[in-house]
Design a protein around this ligand. Structure first.
Ligand code: MEV
Length: 316
């Protein structure tokens, strides 16, 4: 067995269909290769395992042993791999802001799992990786759709339906550029998902909003096929409006959405579970994308990223 194992994964954005995906509607999500988390695992002779982490806005810190999913996930993977050493030193270095709808927890789980398999020199299939990341997400988020884990373990945009084999988006992506902007406020997925669940109980018409979000996602493949970035932008605006009706947007996200459109974006929406987190906006070219990103910083975004859409390589 090797003494050190490495693993990596990336952030994700949900392009269409967050929340409605929990109720069986399709969602479309993209990994963000430029925003990465890495995990390094070393066997240790200490009496207990140690976990160190550094998140995008922080310094290195040791995570208390009793804390959360990371320790449980590490034990689960180590036991499943039947590793001889029982104590480890795990270092997580993440450029993904946590609790901002960018899939930090799923990406971290994928990076850790890959690092353990690398340490054990064992081949990791995508389906095993997904199963493990799903277990970890259950601990962190309660009852997730599995979308984050599926995107974190993919290197390409996916079309995702809960409990179904997820697939690579079958269409080439257009020559447009996505801007991602952090509203600077954390939003907890489990809180937002529960809030929507309660709204469904209190107001049965909420299910029409969910169905409409599904129908917005269903229109995306045709817009992609026609290379119709204007329609994609308009579908993003519709998706944002439906998320507002689910009460998961915030005043800051709405302000940023309006600003993105004013600055030249063809569409913009919150991404992820909401109640904080990030906005995504689609721009027709990189010059306008840069202007959108700069203007969003002026209206309070705490960070921005730019991802050209045609930089994904289609896998067969
Ligand atoms: C996932 O990042 C956000 C939600 O769609 C919840 C889920 O898919 O489990 C809101």
């Amino acid at each position: 067995m090797k003494k050190i194992g490495f693993g990596a994964s990336s952030a994700k954005i949900i392009w269409f269909g967050e929340h409605s995906v929990v109720y069986g509607q399709p969602a479309i999500a993209l990994p963000l290769p430029a925003v990465e988390v890495t995990a390094q695992i070393e066997t240790s002779s200490e009496s207990s395992s140690q976990i160190f982490s550094r998140y995008y806005d922080g310094d290195w810190q040791q995570i208390p042993a009793e804390m959360n999913g990371i320790k449980r996930l590490s034990e689960y993977v180590a036991n499943n791999l039947q590793l001889p050493s029982t104590t480890f030193r795990l270092s997580i270095d993440s450029a993904i802001p946590a609790e901002r709808g960018m899939g930090s927890s799923a990406a971290t789980a994928v990076a850790i799992t890959r690092a353990f398999f690398d340490l054990a020199e064992r081949h990791l299939t995508r389906s095993d990786l997904l199963k493990i990341a799903d277990v970890s997400e259950q601990v962190t988020h309660g009852n997730p759709s599995g979308l984050d884990a599926a995107t974190a373990s993919a290197q390409w945009p996916i079309w995702y339906v809960k409990n179904q084999e997820n697939t690579q988006l079958p269409i080439n992506l257009p020559k447009a550029t996505m801007v991602i902007a952090d509203s600077g406020v954390k939003g907890k997925t489990s809180v937002a998902v529960n809030q929507v669940k309660e709204q469904l109980i209190m107001n049965p018409e909420t299910k029409d909003i969910i169905a409409e979000m599904g129908s917005v996602a269903q229109q995306v493949p045709a817009a992609l096929k026609a290379n119709d970035v204007v329609s994609l932008g308009s579908l993003m605006n519709q998706n944002h409006e439906l998320l507002r009706q689910l009460h998961v947007s915030t005043a800051q996200l709405d302000l940023m959405q309006a600003q993105a459109l004013k600055s030249g974006a063809l569409g913009a929406k919150l991404t992820g579970s909401g109640l904080g987190g990030c906005l995504i906006a689609i721009a027709p070219n990189s010059r306008i994308a840069q202007k959108v990103a700069d203007d969003l910083l002026l209206v309070g975004a705490s960070a921005t990223w730019i991802q050209p859409l045609n930089q994904f390589e289609k896998q067969d």
